[in-house]
Design a binder for this molecule. Structure first.
Ligand code: SAH
Length: 398
């Protein structure tokens, strides 16, 4: 049995936990220092000594733990994990049945009732992301629940917390029959090469599924497309399959070139008809301006924070500048797809960045559509920060 500890909630934080806010911040509780071992069960106690909720202790950059239940009598045991996972899997029934898509998220952290844990499905393979040592302490229960609830080829895992060199696991394999990577998964009929055994980034970001789909269906035909921060070129593939004249993918990482070629090839597209450029995006904009290169569709999907040899980029500070660069290479009536996964600001502020950039560059614009997380990335109202993805389709009018 896990040890249970009482944590006394500071008065001004009481209400939010009573309203089912799931994340436990260090400064929300009085006696944080009693916590010793990650994975301990925490009871949140109010000013009157009454139980509010229970959760676990696990350190992430966001907080020190997550609420798991508001039911005092509920045990955080195997049956707890199994029932939360069963509900989550039932919610994804339509995805499991789909013939067009076999890569999706089956468990999305606090959105499915257990913060710090996500599980993705890639054509028969399950990939678990553990975001703290604390949630990792429930590994046996989670794996057993997957065993009982699903049929799989194999389970892989990513430990996205500091393991201080303790758990060395080269290829992230947990159990089943090891895969031969890449596996080719399907998303709305498009093919993507995926590696579950090469670090945290597996080749595709599943949260952009709806955005790839609409780019392919509505924005690509006959267009000249610039895809910046392109990684494996997933957006370029969608655009090419949607009938783009040409795509140009730009990423700083050397590996992006071979990875992008691989994605084109997985879809039977001749990669030589497309440009794949290994370059700092900010240098590419300068180059494009010098050469007077312009595009009908410009995709911006930077990381929240990036440091290269020359500069650091922070989405929260530098996004307007990035948009201005994009505006400078976008044709009249062209479209900019501005995306960010930064959870520290919301859609309103992001729209403000677009407003600011167009004002400063003296151009007019119109927001055509907005996207947030797809349905398999389930979020809860009580924790809006969980809906981190913000994507705006913006037309440059003049
Ligand atoms: N848009 C991609 C995911 C981007 S991941 C997709 O849809 O799959 C972020 C990528 O940005 C990484 O591949 C990283 O190498 C790249 N990157 C970070 N800073 C960069 C910079 N200054 N110039 C170009 N690429 C950069």
């Amino acid at each position: 049995m896990k040890k249970e500890m009482d944590l006394f909630v500071n008065a001004k934080h009481e209400k939010k936990f009573k309203n089912h806010y799931p994340l436990i911040h260090k400064d929300a509780v009085r006696n944080y220092s009693v916590l010793k071992q990650e994975g301990s069960i925490i009871n949140l106690i109010d000013q009157n000594g009454q139980f509010i909720a229970k959760g676990y202790y696990g350190i992430q950059n966001k907080g020190i733990g997550w609420v798991l239940s508001h039911n005092k009598g509920e045990k955080i045991d195997f049956l707890f994990f199994k029932s939360r996972m069963e509900t989550a899997i039932d919610r994804r029934n339509a995805f499991y049945k789909s013939e067009e898509t076999n890569a999706f998220r089956i468990f999305n952290g606090e959105g499915d009732g257990i913060g710090g844990l996500t599980i993705d499905y890639f054509d028969g393979y399950y990939l678990i992301n553990w975001y703290s040592e604390g949630v990792y302490s429930f590994k046996d229960q989670v794996i057993r629940a997957l065993d009982e609830l699903t049929d799989y080829k194999a389970i892989y895992e990513k430990k996205r917390f500091d393991t201080k060199g303790k758990y060395i696991n080269d290829d992230d394999f947990v159990k089943g029959d090891r895969g031969e990577f890449p596996i080719i998964v399907k998303e709305n009929g498009m093919n993507y090469a995926v590696y579950l055994n090469e670090g945290a980034m597996v080749g595709i970001f599943l949260d952009q599924r709806d955005v790839r789909s609409v780019i392919r269906e509505k924005y690509a035909l006959d267009k000249n497309v610039l895809n910046t921060f392109s990684y494996t070129g997933a957006f370029s593939i969608a655009a090419a399959l949607g009938g783009a004249n040409k795509t140009t993918s730009v990423d700083l990482a050397k590996r992006s070139k071979s990875k992008t070629i691989e994605q084109f090839s997985a879809n039977g597209i001749d990669f030589e008809l497309h440009d794949i450029v290994v370059m700092d995006v900010f240098d590419y904009f300068k180059y494009a301006n010098r050469k007077k290169l312009t595009y009908d569709l410009v995709i911006l999907d930077p990381p929240s924070f990036a440091r290269s040899k020359k500069r650091t980029f922070s989405a929260a500070k530098d996004y307007p500048g990035l948009l201005k660069d994009a505006i400078s290479v976008t044709e009249k009536n062209g479209v900019i797809v501005a995306s960010t996964n930064n959870a520290t600001f919301g859609m309103k502020k992001f729209k403000g960045f677009v407003e600011q950039a167009f004002n400063e560059s003296g151009d007019k614009y119109k927001i055509l559509e907005a996207y947030q997380l797809p349905v398999d990335f389930r979020t809860v109202q009580e924790y809006p920060e969980g809906n981190y993805l913000k994507v705006l389709f913006v037309e440059k009018i003049s």
